[in-house]
Design a binder for this molecule. Sequence first.
Ligand SMILES: [Mg+2]
Length: 402
Amino acid sequence: MTLPTITDIRAYFMGGASSSSGGQGGGDYHDQGSGHWIDDHIATPMSKYPQYEQSRQSFGINVLGTLVVEVEASDGTIGFAISTAGLIGCFIAEHHLSRFLIGRRVDDIKLIHDQMTNATHFYSGGGGVVINTISCIDLALWDLFGKVVQQPVYSLLGGAVRDEIQFYATGSRPDLAREMGFIGGKIPTHYGPHDGDAGIRAEVERVKRFRGLVGPDFWLMFDCWMSQDVNYAVKLAHAVAPFGVKWLEESFPAAQYESYAALKRQMPPGMMVTSGEHTGNLVAFRTLSETGIDVLQPDVGWCGGLTSLVEIAAIAKSKGQLVVPHGSSVYSHHAVITFVNTPFSEFLMTSPGADEIRPQFDPLLVNEPVPVDGRISKAELTKPGFGVDLNRACPLERPFVH
Ligand SMILES: [Mg+2]
């Protein structure tokens, strides 16, 4: 078959704290209404300032909002994807990166990715909102390619290595996650170094209570969202070890490599160190891998897209490390089902009380699959591209036109 060429790219914005219609969820899953578990006293690098301790929205975690990128081919096929880059991402996609897509064949994904990456070094800093935007465009290109050739993205990557993906759940209720069939539950830490030993004792009480509710074999993990120092993380790890905590996640900011290496050296036997959701380029992932941590956790919407995620998975594979992406729904599912070093994956609970299954990017995707009994089967991923449609009932704005 003769493949069509790319004729247009359109970037849309939704929600975000800078929008009059904030609190939309979608690609920016932190942008939720009040009373949601994901904004309830989660320890962060800002927690040491009392006015920002209770709510991550108070320091602006939801300021960006959702970016939606659509790419259209000469045969009329449209691919799309979502990420977290908001108005800034719209500007970058329309006014800068559109030039690398128009006129290219729909299978020129790696060439376009390389040009987008190299053309933005001067202001990307190797990560952040620029790479979020590149990720979104890259995912939209994979979606378009899959829809043109009528194949699911996982087939384009070489095919599935397992028949189903099993998930752990991230949220505030591991006890309910167990009842829903998940293999584990990851909870955010609520305290940090500014809380001292009292904070560690409080975390011990939390995990002790959950261990009592979920029994001995269900996985429990802590997500520390860059909030700790090495001494606090080591003390916490040893304090919660008797309750079978499986890993400490993202104790430090992404580039604090020496801290990760130091934590890994001092962990209790059997407890893992994980990180990577805020790491934004391949060199940084290689350096993170070399610290010896156990699991790399790239976010496919923030790490450079699917094209980069495949390369990051190869780095991990070469060192015997796991790659378990930061939960990104279909954009992760189609990748991880092809990775031999991803034996399980993450599902982010976006219901306010983490008490029911809600699609992660609700309300933006139509036909977004969710785990049933903690699993999604390969048979649910057979539709072309990423297998989802854009919900055009959402309040999408196109603020810039290339
Ligand atoms: Mg995390």
